[in-house]
Structure formats: C-alpha cells, structure tokens
Design a protein around this ligand. Structure first.
Ligand SMILES: NC(=O)c1ccc[n+]([C@@H]2O[C@H](COP(=O)([O-])OP(=O)(O)OC[C@H]3O[C@@H](n4cnc5c(N)ncnc54)[C@H](O)[C@@H]3O)[C@@H](O)[C@H]2O)c1
Length: 247
C-alpha cells in the first residue's frame, strides 16, 4: 500500500493508460480523482474502483480549458483536503503529413497534450508548494524522438519533456519531484479497434528488442514508481517504456 493517505489526480483516466494508472493507484491505497473529457467513461472508472473497494471521485473536464482544470483542483481539495500526486496523462493524436496538417489539428494536439499538462501542473503546484510535497508525472511518448505524420504530436510530447525538466528545477526546493514516462506503442482499446491492429502488432514485435507490444500495466508500473517515495531523489528524468525500442 505505497499510496495510503495519498490523493492523486489522473487526467484522461476514463480509458486506456490513464484508467489503468488510476486503478493501480487506488489498489495501493490512494484516493483518486478521475478526470476525463468523456463524462460516462469518467463515471465507469470511478464505479470500477469503488466496486473493488477503492476510493475514487469522477470530475469530468477538458484539460485544455483553464476553468475546467481549476474546478477539478478545487473540487479535489474540497473533497479530499489535499493533492499529493498529479498524473498528466490525457492526450490525443491527429496524424497527417505536414502539408496536409491543418492549424486546428496542430492546435488541438498541442492544447491537449502540452497546455493541459501546464494548466494542471500550475494549479496543483500552488497547493503542493504549500504542503511541501508533490509528485508530478507527465506522460510523454517515444514519439518525442520524431515520427513521420506526427509533427504536432511529436512537438507536443517534446514540449512535455521541456515542461518536466523546467518544473523539476523550479519545484525541487519544495520537495516536489517532476518526471516523465515515454511509452512506445501500447495496446489500448483504441488500438485494438484500429483496422490494421494485427499488422501493427506484428510490426511492433519485429522492431522491438523485447518482442511484444506494450501493455497499460507496463506504463502504470513506471508511473507508480515516479508517484511513490521510492523515486524521492529522482527528478527531471524520463523513463522509456518502449521494450528497448528507441528509433
Ligand atoms: N497508447 C499508446 O500507444 C501511447 C504511446 C505513447 C504515449 N501515449 C500517451 O499516453 C496517454 C494516454 O493515451 P492512451 O493510449 O491511453 O489513449 P486513450 O485514447 O485510450 O485515452 C486517452 C483519454 O484521454 C481523454 N481525453 C482526450 N482529450 C481530452 C481532454 N481534452 N481532456 C480530458 N481528457 C481527454 C480521452 O477521453 C481518453 O479517455 C496519452 O498522453 C498518449 O499520448 C500513448
């Protein structure tokens, strides 16, 4: 029970990696604020956690909207009295060649992947500074290394690493660690519904030293390490959960 008496916010936890992270934090004792743009999925995650004996509260929100973010932080403080852990997980892709990428596709991806992480870090840091304790874990992506068709996503995820390293330097003196996890391809529901799912899985296996696709549990293991006191002397770092694949 590494997270007994801890309060965590996990963004984008209505589905995929965020949901797995929220469930695992709750299983190890944390009270978890489930926040997602999809209110129904937000509620499902809350119900799943509560049904299995955990403590969770769902608050739907769009991470790219300042008012929504402020509301989640305020509600979390009203209900649980503190925030110890923030996992900035919400993210989207809108892939296309640069010549076909619209300004809207660029703005959406950057707003959700990068600005959303900034907003949640900003409003939770105020409280973490006051209590002299905090763990911020940002979900980046192996795509920060560059991927054709993902100029928006790669740029946003590189930005997430810049945000991580700057905040680590700024907030360390308040006993707040800030780290990032960079997953490779992870088998989520969204991927399973992809028409080329089997082919993608096969290629991934071929190109990855650990010859399998990543699982949400693999990412959750890394996130929980950074969210726990086991990583209290690690900040500004990036853990790659890519099965050894870097290219
Ligand atoms: N799945 C992968 O292969 C993979 C690889 C590397 C990095 N990542 C990153 O992991 C994170 C989670 O991805 P996933 O694969 O679980 O995706 P997912 O689509 O399964 O889940 C993302 C969740 O974020 C929510 N969301 C989307 N826009 C939002 C917004 N504006 N405000 C609040 N919530 C919003 C969605 O409703 C969804 O529940 C993302 O940051 C993604 O970039 C995923």
């Amino acid at each position: 029970m590494r997270f007994e008496n801890k309060v965590a916010i996990v963004t984008g936890s209505g589905n995929g990696i965020g949901k797995e992270v929220a469930k695992r934090l709750a299983k190890e004792g944390a009270s978890v604020v489930i926040t997602d743009i999809n209110p129904a999925n937000c509620k499902y995650t809350e119900e799943e956690i509560v049904e299995s004996g955990g403590n969770a509260l769902s608050i739907p929100a769009d991470v790219s909207k300042k008012e929504d973010v402020m509301n989640v932080v305020q509600e979390a403080l009203n209900v649980f009295g503190k925030i110890d852990i923030l996992v900035n997980n919400a993210g989207i892709v809108k892939d296309s060649k640069i010549t076909e990428m619209t300004e809207e596709d660029w703005d959406n991806v950057v707003d959700i992947c990068l600005k959303g992480s900034f907003l949640f870090a900003k409003y939770t840091a105020e409280h973490m500074i006051e209590q002299s304790y905090g763990k911020i874990v940002n979900i980046a992506s192996r795509a920060y290394l560059g991927n054709p068709g993902q100029a928006n996503y790669s740029s946003a995820k590189s930005g997430v690493l810049g945000l991580t390293k700057s905040l680590a330097k700024e907030l360390g003196k308040f006993n707040i660690t800030v780290n990032a996890v960079a997953p490779g391809l992870i088998e989520t529901n969204a991927l399973k519904e992809h028409p080329k799912y089997e082919r993608i899985k096969e290629l991934q296996k071929k190109d990855t030293p650990i010859q399998r696709i990543g699982l949400p549990e693999d990412v959750a293991n890394a996130v929980l390490f950074f969210a726990s006191n086991e990583s209290s002397y690690i900040s500004g770092d990036v853990l790659h959960v890519t099965g050894g694949r870097f290219g």
